[in-house]
Design a protein around this ligand. Structure first.
Ligand SMILES: *[C@@H]1O[C@H](CO)[C@@H](O)[C@H](O)[C@H]1NC(C)=O
Ligand SMILES: *[C@@H]1O[C@H](CO)[C@@H](O)[C@H](O)[C@H]1NC(C)=O
Ligand SMILES: *[C@@H]1O[C@H](CO)[C@@H](O)[C@H](O)[C@H]1NC(C)=O
Ligand SMILES: *[C@@H]1O[C@H](CO)[C@@H](O)[C@H](O)[C@H]1NC(C)=O
Ligand SMILES: *[C@@H]1O[C@H](CO)[C@@H](O)[C@H](O)[C@H]1NC(C)=O
Ligand SMILES: *[C@@H]1O[C@H](CO)[C@@H](O)[C@H](O)[C@H]1NC(C)=O
Ligand SMILES: *[C@@H]1O[C@H](CO)[C@@H](O)[C@H](O)[C@H]1NC(C)=O
Ligand SMILES: *[C@@H]1O[C@H](CO)[C@@H](O)[C@H](O)[C@H]1NC(C)=O
Ligand SMILES: *[C@@H]1O[C@H](CO)[C@@H](O)[C@H](O)[C@H]1NC(C)=O
Ligand SMILES: CC(=O)N[C@H]1CO[C@H](CO)[C@@H](O)[C@@H]1O
Length: 881
């Protein structure tokens, strides 16, 4: 019988194993001329039971390298004698995460959809995957925990920036490109999070009873909407691993969901790699998980005393095998799944040369990051050709907002994204100023708005004699008071640790005191931390953080008068926070200043054009709780500046959709996402027309939150921890189409400085020679009638026969094409028969409905230009009409 302490010993002994050599003498599994299965079998014969058990459970006690910096966020030891390296997994999807330095801060992945070329394997998304893998590899990692390919079901999702689209077809194309890009570098990809993980609210539940929400979704909707990108990543992208998600799916945790993992993923799709748990809270059991298809457990569900969970894949697993609840062959199956891709993709044969402190950033990657800004930023509005900027039109430009500076919002805040202390942001202000100088245009700046970041901590003297703080050992201010204290200010560092060191102790606290402003004006408060917090100033609730699992900053504003003392209160509960030891909120302030608006308005009035930078700051673990509104007084600033400006441009750096109450007051709007460190260089070129904008929205922007598909608590975030996906297939543009809801900006929308047209659509049957299968070939003539060269995305949607019971139209192809001014080109898009199949509940399988299909081409979901019907008969019996 294997004891847990043996496993610990093996892990410790092998913790520092580095590179393998390819010396196959006496180690035939290192012989690259053998097949993967052959090598795998030979390798596994070398492992005894103890060694195998040590491999099913990751750790984060990592290859520290003596610097205090860990390369891996998940780690499974290798063995130098056997010549196999450790498996070292790292976040994240927009560059090397986990606070490693000297890496490239890329734009958020969401900016990439619809930028891909027709042949996606040469697309930017593929290069992005390659660059990601190269940087992770430099940091000694061999598994990239990316891409994130969950459907953007609600624009409120914290991780909108990290995922790809509301549409399954588009997401699938991007997922394949990114997976192939990563795995082209002798690295493993790990598409995530499997499955129906479309919100962060309630993903862990509430301390100390951690129960995650349950997604209630029909099988048809899963097969047609939430699973296709995973299927494509597995079957076409050959993804080496898949990460299962935190949520429950139809009553069972995703990481112990036999139907999802065994029947669908490993059975129907033939997935031969491994399923790894998400880091905390996704593993909830031993027998159900291992029999339900989870291969590798990760800390949180596997570390002793981790949030009260036992080590499910430690001694409990050994016991489960010994008592017969888990078949011993399942352990071999897991170990084979773990190492198969390591052999198949050549990772075992690649020397580990990286280190956590290596310099991974390269000029080529910075250039790619800039190219992504140029290809992915979306020009939403451009009235009367106010853009591009040019000396004929403007001699002076006024710029507003801290996001224009090097404090620009360029990345998600959580550590899964890039958090690099050495990052240098190419600020939009500097880049625009430099570019404008070439045209003798002057650029001036006025802050107007202090940004969405953290402000300096409120100094103690502004709270007079201090704040009364009351503590409860409950999460909801109930029960007897545990203690009261006087605190000089509100900082996370001053939270009394004795309240929570004895896990599972939880607490809530209330601060009450007085705040004395030293100036008059609008005060911006920053609440930085995790958990739940609400701030009241002068008796009015001015802002809140809701169910934040990880650190984030939210903003609150209050209009105050110098030397007029007002009551201040903050309620804080640590219930939803995750990072042990990081409880509490730090309250910062940007003091009021009555001159801010007058200065901005004066500058706007004397300039030829105003450019206002705005942002939000949603981040993993913290869904948007303010309903798509821009934080703080940014809406007011835009309106104020616009009313004084001759021309106004808004540049938005946002996680997802935002509401635009000022839309009719401004002339142009550019969505630049969380654009990475090269944002300024790319934006300057776009604004001046050195590059023609060609980014397209990967999701629908609604006019109001209550017009989105999931605008009911039963659907999102769920009631009693059940989220009912009963909007069915009607997610994104399918909803707006079906219910005739006019969006603010439709899916696929994005303007160009040129004028593209489509003509001569021809839809016909064809044959895909590579697979010798039937397909439908659409050709259409794309013309650039403008005066600038540029790219345009031809989008192909299909309307199904009535009997299919599908939404009005579904994206089934797209092609991004570059044309010189005046040039025309025939664009061909083929759609395979399998892409037209549906999955009716009645037959529980894919089927092709016969009938008349309408093929529609256009430049967005609401800009359909040409269409043609085609009749598809019973299998093999096709005729055009
Ligand atoms: C590596 O594997 C071999 C063969 O199973 C074993 O004898 C050796 O102890 C292992 N090395 C370490 C450091 O665990
Ligand atoms: C390969 O391994 C054998 C046995 O450990 C050793 O004698 C030999 O020198 C190695 N060859 C190379 C090229 O490293
Ligand atoms: C397996 O091998 C390891 C390393 O050689 C050793 O420490 C362990 O005791 C062995 N376990 C069994 C069950 O033989
Ligand atoms: C970043 O790289 C530079 C140049 O190699 C090095 O001097 C510096 O120490 C690195 N910084 C960090 C924080 O790793
Ligand atoms: C900018 O101004 C300088 C000095 O007045 C002049 O020489 C130059 O031609 C101007 N450039 C442009 C692009 O107008
Ligand atoms: C907050 O109070 C602590 C404890 O007195 C003090 O060390 C810290 O400097 C104060 N912070 C500010 C910004 O006043
Ligand atoms: C306050 O909470 C701590 C931590 O749970 C506990 O040890 C202490 O006894 C409590 N004090 C009171 C007065 O309830
Ligand atoms: C703080 O507590 C003291 C003592 O109970 C009380 O006199 C004072 O009014 C309280 N201050 C506030 C702001 O509640
Ligand atoms: C703040 O108060 C002043 C004075 O009442 C008022 O003029 C101003 O509009 C207010 N600002 C905001 C943003 O509410
Ligand atoms: C084992 C390992 O990764 N060692 C590295 C630690 O960091 C130094 C400094 O970059 C490298 O030189 C070592 O190779």
């Amino acid at each position: 019988m294997v004891q847990l302490k043996d496993i610990g010993l093996v892990a410790a002994l092998t913790a520092c194993v580095g590179a393998s050599t390819t010396n196959a003498t006496n180690r035939p599994w290192l012989d690259q001329s053998r097949t993967t299965e052959d090598r795998l079998k030979l390798f596994m014969q070398q492992l005894n039971e103890t060694q195998k058990y040590a491999m099913v459970q990751g750790d984060t006690v990592l290859e520290d390298n003596g610097t205090g910096v860990s390369a891996c966020i998940g780690h499974i030891s290798g063995n130098s004698t056997l010549g196999v390296p450790a498996i070292c997994m790292g976040d994240g999807p927009a560059g090397v995460g986990n606070s490693l330095d000297n890496v490239t801060t890329f734009p958020a992945p969401e900016s990439l959809p619809v930028v891909a070329a027709a042949s996606w394997n040469t697309s930017l998304q593929y290069f992005y995957g390659q660059a990601l893998a190269q940087e992770h590899k430099s940091k000694a990692r061999n598994v990239v925990l990316a891409p994130t390919i969950n459907i953007l079901r609600t624009p409120l999702w914290a991780r909108a920036a990290e995922t790809l689209s509301e549409d399954p077809f588009l997401t699938a194309r991007m997922a394949v490109a990114s997976t192939l890009g990563i795995q082209s570098q002798d690295m493993l990809a790990c598409p995530k999070h499997f499955a129906a993980y479309n919100q962060d609210t309630d993903r862990f539940g509430l301390d100390p009873v951690w129960t995650a929400w349950d997604s209630i979704v029909s099988k048809r909707v899963l097969h047609e909407l939430y699973l296709p990108a995973f299927k494509a990543a597995v079957q076409e992208g050959k993804a080496a691993s898949i990460m299962c998600s935190y949520n429950r799916l139809n009553g069972h945790y995703a990481c112990e969901n036999d139907w999802l993992l065994n029947t669908v993923l490993k059975g129907d799709w033939g997935f031969e790699g491994y399923v790894v748990a998400d880091w905390y809270f996704s593993v909830r059991s031993t027998v159900a998980a291992v029999n339900g298809g989870l291969d590798i457990s990760m800390p949180g569900g596997s570390l002793e005393d981790s949030y009260g969970f036992p080590a499910y894949y430690g001694e409990l697993l050994v016991d489960a095998v010994n008592n017969g609840s888990v078949n011993a062959s399942r352990i071999d199956d897991i170990v084979a799944r773990l190492w198969r891709p390591m052999f198949e993709l050549g990772v075992v044969d690649t020397e580990v040369t990286g280190s956590s402190v290596a310099y991974a950033r390269t000029q080529a990657h910075l250039d790619l990051a800039q190219a992504m800004v140029e290809d992915g930023s979306v020009l939403l509005k451009n009235e009367e050709a106010v853009l591009p900027l040019s000396p004929n039109k403007y001699k002076s430009i006024a710029i507003f907002g801290v996001d224009a500076t090097n404090a620009s919002q360029v990345s998600e805040n959580h550590g899964g994204f890039v958090i690099d202390s050495t990052m240098v942001v190419q600020s939009p202000l500097d880049s625009i100023t430099a570019r404008a100088a070439q045209d003798n245009i002057t650029v001036s700046y006025s802050e107007g708005y202090p940004g969405t970041g953290q402000f300096p901590t409120i100094p103690s003297h502004m709270f007079g004699d201090g704040l009364n703080v009351t503590y409860w050992t409950t999460t909801d201010f109930s029960g007897p008071v545990n203690q009261t204290l006087i605190m000089p200010n509100i900082t996370a560092a001053l939270f009394p640790t004795d309240l929570w060191v004895a896990y599972p102790q939880v607490f809530s606290s209330r601060y009450e005191g007085y705040f004395t402003p030293n100036t008059s004006g609008l005060y911006h408060f920053s609440l930085t931390g995790q958990g739940d917090a609400t701030l009241w100033v002068d008796g009015v609730e001015v802002g809140s953080m809701v169910k934040a699992n990880f650190g984030n900053t939210v903003q609150a504003t209050a209009n105050l008068t110098a030397n007029v003392t007002v009551p201040i209160r903050m309620d804080y509960s640590m219930g939803y926070s995750l990072s042990t030891g990081a409880y509490g909120i730090t309250l910062g302030v940007d003091v009021g200043d009555t001159s801010r608006y007058p200065e901005a308005i004066a500058l706007a009035a004397k300039s030829d054009i105003s450019i206002i930078f705005v942002s939000d700051r949603w981040s993993e673990g913290n869904d948007n709780n303010i309903g798509l509104k821009l934080p703080g007084d940014q809406d007011a600033l835009i309106s104020a500046v616009a009313s004084a400006s001759r021309r106004t441009i808004v540049v938005a750096q946002t996680n997802s959709a935002i509401l635009m109450p000022w839309i009719n007051d401004v002339d142009a709007i550019m969505e630049a996402w969380y654009g990475g460190q090269q944002i300024g260089l790319g934006l300057a070129r776009l604004l001046f027309g050195d590059i023609n904008p060609s980014g397209k929205l990967p999701f629908t922007m609604p006019k109001a939150l209550n017009e989105t598909p999931v605008a009911s608590p039963e659907r999102y975030p769920g009631v009693n921890l059940e989220a009912h996906y009963d909007e069915g297939l009607y997610v994104g543009y399918k909803w707006y189409d079906e219910f005739n809801v006019e969006p603010l900006f439709p899916f696929g929308h994005g303007l160009s400085y040129s004028n593209f047209t489509l003509s001569a659509l021809n839809v016909r049957f064809g044959n895909d020679s590579s697979t010798n299968s039937s397909q439908i070939l659409s050709t259409v003539q794309l013309s650039n009638n403008g005066e600038l060269a540029g790219k345009e995305v031809v989008q192909l949607y299909v309307s199904y026969p009535e009997a299919a019971d599908e939404p009005p139209k579904l994206l089934r192809g797209f092609s991004k094409v570059f044309l010189e001014a005046g040039e025309s080109q025939e664009v061909a898009i083929s759609v395979g028969m399998s892409d037209l199949m549906i999955w009716p509940e009645a037959i529980e399988d894919w089927t092709l409905v016969s009938g008349t299909y309408t093929f529609l081409v256009g430049f967005s979901a609401t800009d359909i230009i040409l269409s043609q019907d085609i009749y598809i008969g019973a299998s093999g019996n096709y005729t055009s009409v």
